[in-house]
Ligand binder design. Structure first.
Ligand code: ADP
Length: 486
């Protein structure tokens, strides 16, 4: 399908370095996951361009960090306004390269923009501190200063929001940044750079290096090895997070890692069942199940298990699958062949080990990267779906009897990003919320992400928090001044 934008200049075919659009010796194609049609091409850059981008960011840092927070806020606000103005185009571009339905893409543009708005406001509130001194002749003062040049490696599942959640606080704090967007979705990133340029962000403050899957490894190595880069933020898989952490050890980089999750979703016997089903559908099938906070394991109390499974399956069977650019479609294609292969593997493995397919359970009749919204029951602990992130539209529902048993099961994982549970018992709500070993707990809701809330995980789901007033701390260093001779 042809991609029509109101402002065709948002579709870029060059990378963005030091305020200019640059080409490379080679390009790679960006395709639409609906039918593999080519939407555009972008430069396939490597080590040299990455070094140039780091140098540009370093050159821009002194002037950018010397500006007032209020001044930086004004430019960020302009960037936010331009995103609002071009929201339809940004959404159309995102649906074309990522596959999510247009309404969800529009939702992500709003969500992504909200980080720019929020951190523009926060730029004015980076305040230091004065301690009560225990020395009568000395004063103790704390300054907060931008950490310096930052780097950011982002995934394809939220092509805009995963960039703004890192870039907005960095730039608001006075840092400059080099961004390596996912190879599947560089066009959204470049459209954002075009808008940043129009907003008046000075050359070198943000730089976007595009690279395919192979070259991304080289770009990542240069970003990690550089002593100039003081902070690396990454959203992606836990294995790649480990590699980046290892590669960053020699330069003792500060790291913000948003890695994989394996969210449990518990439905207690006192839950509002219809509300739980609605939250379950949102938490499972949004973005075709391709979010790191998507539920991977549903635990339903034995007294309501059958009814929950039945209602969840009815809801899943109702989801319209198709090209996300078409009206009424609620689930688009998965991102690529590997994604489909992983989902098929998890479902096949579960069935072989005794799971029952309640609805779906196979690739969609549309073919390609489409998969049926699926519900599986009779799940056992030995199935892959119980341990590995499925990243697809498959719900696995497990039966439980006691609160202690289900908390132990929910915590029995190396991941610790999002978790959810439904209960109307206030005592249980506190007990369970405190015992779940997760960075985020949705209680009687399946949707938790918001720019004012701290997003992040514990255990092997990552380090640091993004969004909220805590999100700014990532990009600030604390400096202590001890002033004597008073
Ligand atoms: P996903 O499963 O979401 O594709 P990945 O962790 O593979 O997650 O990819 C997320 C981001 O990390 C992408 O921008 C990708 O290009 C990048 N990436 C993948 N492998 C490496 C690597 N070895 N070094 C640096 N970046 C990498």
């Amino acid at each position: 399908p042809a991609l029509k934008l109101n402002d065709p200049t948002l579709l870029r075919s060059h990378a963005y370095l030091n305020g200019a659009w640059i080409s490379g010796t080679n390009n790679f194609e960006v395709t639409n996951p609906v039918d593999n049609s080519v939407i555009g091409t972008v430069p396939n850059l490597g080590a040299d361009a990455t070094r140039q981008a780091i140098a540009a960011a370093a050159a821009a840092f002194p002037a950018w960090s010397a500006r007032t927070g209020k001044d930086r806020a004004a430019i960020l606000r302009k960037w936010f306004d331009l995103m609002m103005e071009h929201a339809d185009d940004l959404a159309a571009l995102m649906t074309a390269e990522q596959g999510k339905p247009l309404a969800e893409a529009k939702g992500e543009v709003m969500y992504g923009a909200s980080f720019i708005e929020w951190f523009a406001e926060e730029a004015k509130r980076v305040s230091g501190d004065v301690m009560a001194s225990t020395w009568s002749d000395k004063r103790m003062v704390v300054l907060k200063q931008p950490i310096g040049v930052c780097a950011s490696i982002t995934p394809w599942n939220f092509p805009i929001a995963m960039i703004t959640r890192k870039v907005a606080p960095a730039v608001a704090a006075g840092c400059t940044i080099v961004i390596k967007p996912a190879e599947q979705t560089p066009l959204s990133a470049l459209a954002m750079a075009e808008l940043a340029h129009r907003a008046g962000l000075p050359a070198g403050v943000i730089n976007i290096i595009t690279a395919d899957a192979d070259k991304s490894i080289e770009v990542g190595q240069v970003l990690c090895a550089s002593p100039i880069v003081r902070h690396l933020s990454f959203t992606g898989s836990t294995p790649v997070g480990r590699i980046l952490m290892q590669q960053s050890a020699p330069t003792i980089k500060k790291l913000a890692l948003e890695l994989g999750g394996h969210a449990p979703f518990i439905v207690f016997d006192d839950a509002d069942l219809d509300a739980a089903v609605e939250g379950a559908l949102q938490s499972k099938y949004r973005n075709a199940g391709q979010t790191c906070v998507c539920t991977n394991r549903f635990y339903a109390h034995t007294s309501i298990y059958d009814r929950f499974v039945e209602k969840l399956a009815a809801g899943a069977a109702n989801i319209k699958v198709g090209n996300g650019a078409e009206a009424g479609v609620a689930q688009g294609p998965l991102i690529d062949d590997q994604a489909i292969a992983k989902v098929e593997d998890h479902v096949r493995d579960a069935i072989a080990k005794g799971a029952t397919v309640v609805t779906g359970g196979k690739p969609h009749a549309l073919g390609g990267h489409f998969y049926e919204p699926t519900v599986l029951s009779n799940i056992t602990a030995d199935m892959k779906i119980m341990h590995e992130e499925t990243f697809g539209p498959v719900a696995a529902v497990i039966r439980f009897s006691t609160e202690d048993e289900v908390i132990a099961a929910a915590n029995d994982t190396d991941f610790g990003l999002a978790s959810y549970f439904y209960s109307r018992d206030i005592g249980r709500v506190w007990r369970v919320a405190e015992k779940l070993e997760y960075g985020m707990v949705g209680i009687n809701t399946g949707l938790i992400s918001n720019e004012v809330a701290p997003f992040g995980g514990v255990k092997q789901s990552g380090l640091g928090r993004e969004g909220s007033r805590y999100g700014m701390d990532e990009y600030l260093e604390i400096k202590y001044l001890c002033m004597g001779g008073i």
